[in-house]
Design a protein around this ligand. Structure first.
Ligand code: AMP
Length: 253
């Protein structure tokens, strides 16, 4: 696997790949990779001639500075996982290189991005959409892969791609869970003590029916602090805090 830090170098390589007609699959991540991320990698490997991953903990999508500081980093393990899987290129850029304008320009979606995770985390999706637009533009990927764990994020990126005539197919990938039902997430590494056994209750509860008030009560009684629990587009969406750790999940009804 070729690891690249420089955006200019990355642009040069993928301009050339596009010119020679190679299909490229892109997997943007913030690292601390787990089997959820690797399922996106596997899908890309099976559908493209080249697979490119990015690891960038994007500061502009963190509304809470502490969340950014505490975000898990497992650089060595991540490289090993990507390399072993057969990823061809990894971009690991610096903030100053990716945000040469110091975030003067941004992508803003004006309806859905204020709901669910965007309501609780103002500006979160501006940061997400902006960084994804940058990564799509510098990679000229044939396809880009996004997990349905972040359902709202996937929908917003899909909408952005349509609205801006982006020439990359946005590919949704199923949510991967651990055996307990807990959705895999980099933040699971931060759950400590007895909360670790409690965490699977989130999925258990939101997949237990459609009585939102009852679900809220069950989760609160078990020590979860509810950020939101909502039905939208025939899905149940939840975000909760377990201690300091924010967990999200969604299930189809
Ligand atoms: P992140 O590193 O959290 O920004 O995630 C990078 C990509 O992996 C996003 O498209 C996520 O939706 C996806 N992803 C994260 N966790 C999972 C999971 N449990 N199942 C499927 N995709 C996931």
């Amino acid at each position: 696997m070729i690891i690249i830090k420089s955006i200019d170098k990355w642009i040069e390589i993928f301009k050339e790949k596009q010119r020679t007609g190679k299909t490229v699959g892109l997997i943007p991540t913030m690292g601390a990779l787990h089997a959820g991320h690797m399922s996106l990698v596997e899908k890309s490997l099976s559908e493209n001639e080249l697979t490119a991953a990015t690891i960038f903990v994007n500061p502009t999508q963190f509304n809470n500075p502490e969340d950014l500081t505490n975000y898990p980093l497992t650089w060595e393990e991540d490289i090993e996982k990507l390399d072993r899987a057969g990823v061809d290129y990894l971009l690991y850029p610096k903030y100053e290189d990716l945000y040469r304008d110091a975030y003067r320009y941004k992508i803003i979606e004006t309806e859905y991005s204020g709901d669910l995770c965007g309501f609780a985390r103002p500006g979160h999706f501006d940061g997400v959409l902006t960084v994804v637009m940058k990564l799509l533009n510098i990679s000229r990927a044939t396809r880009a892969y996004f997990g349905e764990k972040d359902w709202q994020q996937y929908q917003l990126i899909q909408g952005m791609a349509e609205s801006f005539f982006i020439d990359t197919e946005i590919v949704p990938c199923p949510l991967i869970r651990e055996n307990s039902g807990l959705a895999l997430s980099s933040r699971n590494k931060l759950i400590t003590g007895s909360n670790r056994e409690k965490a699977p209750l989130l999925f258990k509860t939101i997949s237990s029916g459609i009585d939102i008030d009852l679900m809220k009560k069950k989760l609160s009684d078990s020590g979860f602090i509810i950020d939101y629990l909502k039905i939208k587009d025939n899905r149940i969406f939840a975000a909760v805090f377990l201690g300091e750790v924010r967990l999200i999940d969604n299930v189809s009804i």
